[in-house]
Design a protein around this ligand. Structure first.
Ligand code: 9MR
Length: 834
């Protein structure tokens, strides 16, 4: 709450119209967020106004020329009234307010329990009915001239206090409900009133396999609970266990082999069913098939020819495709950027963990690792958001495309009837495009040279456009129908984009941009982690890990390791093992993705140093997400005894319509958010402490949504854990030799060796030419070329390759116009060869 202009306050005092009298002050408050301290949820407005709470009041510019009071409304729903109870209503408003404030039935016949003609600011009534969903509506239309309305301190006191919600947190012994890796660290947390050690026992069935004393840890500020910890890392035997202490027994859990490869694949499969612009094939995702969304078929009004918001541009773009951001139907370049980056970064970190056919997507079998195919689905969308040549701001990227108004749940994508609009270009979006297109250019080069070249060209033009327009920011008020993703500090986006362009091209200009960025030597790794709005760490991590010749690279690597050390320190001090320690213990929106992104830094330190404590820190960090937390639940759908499965989504709306599915296995929930901006959280979690600011309810969009940028660090971290603990060795080796070259032709032979321990029966070897080469006459294999991609299939006589043995084939080629570099990446039957 911020003070309204003085005139209003004094007017209220003179007239005795204060929001709530002293007698009523003890009565329970029924209005949710009447003070607009952090946004204006759950207030809504009609489509002809934009609600703005950036000043700590709720304001809107009211258009002139409407006819009826109800042509413009600001309202709040779901107010509980009890028959026979009296209620006192009040608020502050800007001078000259016009219209009426109504408390009424939310549907026909719109029975009014209170009708207050503005500018009056208080009134009272006795409810004639029991009603769980009364509506407060400020009907402020009907004026000829435009005007501005502001209000604050809206209050309705009376009736009964909303019932106190107590989550069912199950047994007080908190464990990773999925499992601890046999060789990994094993810790648990006990909630207890005891202040001295208590005995614990680890049991397999009725047998006690280990015991000891808990370690009292005092009151954990992120939960308000008094807790102890238990360590049982020296138990390695696989099995199903329970842990008991203080008269409580944990939920069952495993000590097991590595399940993170499964989690990696599930986290990545999430993206296919987020796809826009294409039908989801039920055969590939049983239970999740649906028609194409926003593919230009009615009632959809997009996304094949999407105009700008009025006055923003004079063209339309085909922006079909990409991933829906979250539970809404919006597509946002900034958020798409970090998401697709993290998928490609996971691949770049360890190409051997990713194969063709791994994710059961329509592109499986095309010779390209599925993770890159999935990433390309989003990259093509990001590229399509670039302002065309010849138009104002050419080379910039539009910030976002989404509905002109918010829609309700459930709503399958193909049924969305709202107008779709391109929003103005922003520097942040443009640099997201530059960074990811540069990254794509180097990763796709071995598979599709043409796409790589197109990406690099787009990255360069986006960079140039951002340099020319370095401070075009998305508006904080542009949030009708979609998220704002606003950001007024883009030094980090500049740093990240410069880093990616340098890593791909090695060019001096980008090297200088990296070295002169104020962030290059700054302490950019924050206790609260990084996300779409703070992307400097992406640049730093890649400069540390992707091979390059940057001067002073040792310091870059050291900065990552130092940050990881501080995260490990935080983890050791935290009784639930969190590396995420936000200022004042205020958990952010999507805190679980911040938890994971800190683990990305710790994991990268492992890659840089090989020190086991970093890999162990990542494993312990996952325990929090998988059940070792104050709510005793796993935040990953389908993992753990009790897990999030009602995430906010318009198409995984099972909680609202049993015919629709829950989110797929491997979907991360946003997690605890201290600011609880949505009505369900505000009704149930008021006054919550840190970890308790979460509810697995589909309408709790501020604590329980799913997004593409939250599953991406889950994919990255689980991929790290899958492969750092169990590197998947390649089982083939390819030698490509260009024996001769002459004007207009060349001769190559290729030897494929089975380095695994089982025979290969039938093979297909694939590579992509890096230039314009064409394969011609061949022997020892049948060659087929599509674009740059070549598929060599065995002949009947050499289909078997025994372990340790090789086959050789050859071909005549045409080098095309350009150079004739040897291909670098080969897949055999979909798996990468070493
Ligand atoms: O993830 C975003 C979070 O960091 C912001 O604080 C929040 C409010 O601006 O918005 C979140 O993003 C939402 C986006 O605006 C719209 N699609 C759903 C996203 C996840 O809740």
């Amino acid at each position: 709450m911020e003070a309204l202009p003085r005139i209003v306050v004094s007017l209220a005092i003179v007239c005795g119209l204060l929001a709530a009298g002293p007698a009523a002050a003890e009565e329970p408050e029924q209005i949710v967020n009447g003070t607009f301290d952090s946004g204006h949820a759950p207030w809504w407005g009609t489509g002809n106004i934009t609600l703005d709470s950036s000043s700590g009041q709720l304001c809107a510019d009211i258009p002139g020329g409407t006819v009826n009071p109800w042509d413009v409304i600001i309202g709040q729903d779901n107010i509980t009234l009890i028959a026979g109870e009296s209620y006192q209503f009040g608020y502050d408003a800007s001078a000259g307010a016009f219209g009426k404030a109504l408390i009424q039935l939310p549907v026909d016949p719109w029975t009014q329990f209170l009708s207050l003609p503005l500018p009056a600011t208080s009134g009272s009534f006795t409810s004639p009915v029991d009603l769980p969903n009364a509506q407060l509506a400020y009907q402020i239309g009907g004026r000829a001239d435009p005007w501005r309305f502001c209000m604050d301190n809206v209050s309705l006191r009376g009736g009964a206090a909303p019932p106190v919600y107590t989550p069912d947190t199950g047994p007080r012994v908190r464990v990773n409900q999925v499992g601890y890796l046999a060789s990994g660290p094993k810790q648990a947390t006990v909630v207890t009133e005891a202040t001295t050690p208590v005995p614990w026992e680890l049991r397999s069935g009725a047998t006690t396999v280990a015991n000891g004393q808990t370690v009292p840890r005092g009151v954990d500020p992120t939960s308000g609970q008094n807790v102890h910890t238990i360590t049982f890392s020296n138990v390695h035997a696989a099995g199903t266990y329970t842990l008991s202490a203080d008269g409580e027994t944990s939920r069952p859990f495993d000590i097991s082999g590595n399940f993170y490869a499964q989690m990696r694949d599930d986290a990545l499969k999430f993206y296919y069913t987020q796809r826009s612009g294409v039908a989801i094939d039920n055969a590939l995702r049983p239970g999740y098939g649906r028609p194409a969304g926003h593919a230009g078929v009615a009632p959809n009004l997009g996304d094949v020819l999407v105009p700008c918001q009025p006055g923003v541009c004079d063209y339309s773009l085909n922006v079909r495709g990409g991933w829906y951001d979250a539970g809404d139907h919006g597509k946002y370049v900034v958020n798409g950027g970090i998401s697709v980056y993290q998928l490609m970064a996971a691949f770049e970190r360890n190409r051997f963990a990713f194969g063709d056919g791994q994710l059961s997507i329509p592109e499986s079998g095309n010779g390209v690792p599925d993770v890159l195919d999935e990433a390309r689905w989003e990259m093509e969308f990001l590229l399509s958001m670039q302002v065309p040549a010849g138009k104002p701001l050419a080379g910039m990227a539009h910030h976002k495309i989404h509905d002109s108004e918010w829609t309700g749940l459930p709503l399958l994508p193909h049924l969305d009837p709202k107008v779709r609009e391109l929003h103005p270009p922003s520097t942040a979006a443009t640099l997201n495009l530059a960074a990811t297109a540069a990254q794509a250019a180097r990763l796709f080069a071995p598979y599709d040279a043409a796409f790589a070249a197109r990406s690099l060209a787009a990255a360069r033009s986006a960079w140039a456009a951002a340099v020319a327009n370095p401070a075009i920011y998305a508006s904080t008020a542009d949030g009708n129908g979609g998220g704002t993703y606003d950001d007024t500090n883009v030094t980090d986006e500049f740093y990240w984009a410069a880093a990616e362009l340098f890593l791909t091209t090695g060019e001096k200009a980008f090297r200088e941009a990296v070295l002169t960025s104020p962030l290059h030597t700054a302490d950019i790794f924050r206790a609260k982690g990084f996300d779409w709005q703070w992307v400097a760490p992406l640049g730093r991590l890649d400069l540390a890990t992707v091979p390059n010749s940057l001067p002073g690279r040792a310091a870059v690597k050291a900065s990552v390791v130092a940050a990881a050390e501080s995260y490990l320190e935080a983890q050791a001090a935290h009784s639930y093992g969190l590396t995420y320690t936000p200022d004042g213990g205020i958990f952010d929106w999507g805190s679980n993705n911040l938890v994971l992104n800190n683990l990305v830094v710790v994991a990268t330190a492992f890659d840089l140093t090989g020190a086991p404590r970093f890999a162990e820190g990542v494993l312990s960090g996952m325990d929090y997400l998988l059940g070792r937390n104050a709510l005793n639940m796993s935040y990953i759908t389908g993992y753990g005894e009790v897990n999030s499965h009602n995430q906010h989504s318009r198409w995984y709306s099972h909680q609202l319509n049993p015919d629709l599915p829950n989110p797929p296995k491997g979907t991360l929930s946003g997690g605890p958010n201290s600011s609880i901006q949505d009505p369900v959280a505000q009704q149930k979690l008021r006054g919550c402490v840190g970890q308790f600011c979460y509810i697995d309810d589909i309408e709790s969009w501020s604590t329980n949504e799913l997004t593409i940028n939250w599953n991406s660090p889950l994919a990255w971290v689980s991929s790290f854990l899958a492969s750092s603990a169990q590197p998947a060795p390649s089982t083939c080796q390819v030698r490509y030799t260009r024996l001769a070259q002459w004007r207009g032709g060349f001769l190559s032979v290729v030897t494929v060796k089975n380095t695994g321990s089982t025979p290969i029966n039938g093979w297909q070897l694939r590579w992509s030419f890096l230039s314009d080469q064409r394969a011609g006459a061949h022997w020892g294999a049948t060659l087929h070329q599509a674009g740059a991609m070549v598929t060599a299939t065995n002949e009947s006589w050499n289909r078997a390759i025994q372990p340790g043995r090789s086959v050789t084939f050859g071909f005549l080629g045409d080098p095309g116009g350009g150079p004739n570099p040897n291909p670098e990446v080969f897949t055999l039957n979909g798996s990468l060869c070493g």
